[in-house]
Design a protein around this ligand. Structure first.
Ligand code: PLP
Length: 389
């Protein structure tokens, strides 16, 4: 039996999504920009998906731009605003230190081209202090980007409060909601943001498709130039089957929120508490109340997380040491480091992320297997260090 507890890296598509993508791939053969029957059919399918995503986020269909995923949506938001406001003299950008690399690397690229960047610190629970944002924004600030939920620890930021501060200073506010969409309700009006990114494959949709919600009137320069697709904001023939799949995933998330999320949260809580009880020397990373219900990051004293990950994989259990992009590189997590955790606690952190396919039996099996593995790795580590001495 294989157990998948890495749903924050990607989560399996819903059966309804697979069905809709396959059907669209077979039946929607036209180019959505063509004026003939085939084109108009494809356009109708794209428009239905746009309406579904808009409803899911609480926005208008005309405010949705389809992209190739969370990375492109984040790039579009950050670069698009920076470029659009360049001439206005607003050349200062602000983001939290625990953003996904899609935001952080984009900021770093802009920094080399003359923009100034402030990276907001987080407290040891992984939360941005609104007072820190208040102190950081200036009349030159073009954009503030703070993620809704963090991919490694699941912490939910006080986005509404942060957005109000940014907008009071005339700055545009973007939130990366890739890890919160489908896990906690999203309403762009209640959040008070200007731009919001989502990704299909994190909410039971297809990989390689996402969306950026753009509040009407927000100034944004297109990254992709070419055809006039997406109201001139994202050139390129639309990936009709993937967009249809994203529309179905958004509709499912909107309808299912509250039912399956409660079941998943109960399983996560059970797993977390049982690990804390059964394995001494364990700590949960990040705020335990303000977070999405599917994620827990746990540090295991005296154990290298990579060794634990491999040992669990050999037992058929898939987990992660952090964001998928940084796993395999042995780079210590920038998120946990920004929280001020000790180097050892950072190196020994494992992320368990649950999803719709997670069962009671999966959690029971993890609880059977994990404590003895941790014990074995700790004995090995002690033996190794005594031999070295
Ligand atoms: N933002 C966050 C918070 C993420 O977790 C991810 C994926 O790990 C992304 C952005 C990138 O999304 P995508 O994989 O669709 O490019």
């Amino acid at each position: 039996m294989r157990i998948y507890l890495d749903h924050n890296a990607t989560t399996p598509p819903a059966p309804e999504v697979v069905e809709a993508v396959a059907t669209a791939m077979r039946d929607e053969v036209g180019n959505a920009s063509s004026v003939h029957f085939f084109g108009q059919r494809a356009k109708t399918a794209v428009d239905a998906a746009r309406a579904s995503v808009a409803t899911f986020l609480g926005g208008e269909p005309s405010e949705i731009v389809f992209t190739s995923g969370g990375t492109e949506s984040d790039n579009f938001a950050v670069r698009g605003v920076a470029e659009a406001l360049h001439a206005s003299g607003r050349r200062h950008l602000v983001a939290s230190a625990i953003e996904h690399e899609a935001v952080l690397a984009t900021l770093a690229a802009l920094e080399t081209r003359g923009w100034t960047v402030t990276r907001l610190p987080v407290g040891n629970a992984g939360l941005v202090d609104p007072a820190a944002l208040e102190a950081a924004v200036t009349p030159q600030t073009a954009l503030v980007s703070v993620m809704h939920a963090n991919n490694e620890i699941g912490t939910i930021q006080p986005v509404a409060e942060l957005a109000a501060i940014a907008r009071a200073h005339g700055a545009v506010f973007h939130t990366d909601a890739v890890q919160s969409a489908g896990k906690t309700p999203i309403d762009v009006t209640a959040l008070g943001v200007d731009l919001l990114s989502i990704s299909g494959h994190k909410l039971r949709g297809p990989k390689g498709v996402g969306a950026l919600w753009i509040r009407r009137g927000t100034r944004l320069t297109a990254l992709m130039t070419g055809g006039r697709q997406e109201r001139n904001r994202r050139a390129g023939t639309e990936n009709v089957p993937a967009i249809v799949g994203l529309g179905v995933a958004a509709a499912l998330a909107a309808a299912g929120l509250g039912r399956d999320t409660a079941r998943i949260a109960a399983l996560r809580d059970r797993l977390e508490q049982a690990v804390l009880d059964a394995v001494p020397g364990t700590d949960v990373n990040g705020d335990r109340t303000c977070r999405v219900g599917n994620t827990t990051s746990i540090s295991f004293d005296g154990v290298e997380a990579e060794s634990l990950l491999i040992a669990l994989d050999l037992e058929g259990i898939a987990v992660s040491t952090g964001s998928a992009c940084s796993s395999g590189t042995l780079e210590p997590s920038h998120v946990l480091r920004a929280m001020g955790l000790s180097p050892h606690r950072v190196q020994s952190a494992l992320r368990f992320s649950l999803g719709t396919t997670t069962t009671d039996a999966d959690i029971a099996q993890v609880l059977n297997v994990l404590p003895p593995i941790v014990g074995r790795l700790r004995r090995l580590a002690r033996g190794g260090s005594s031999r070295a001495r």
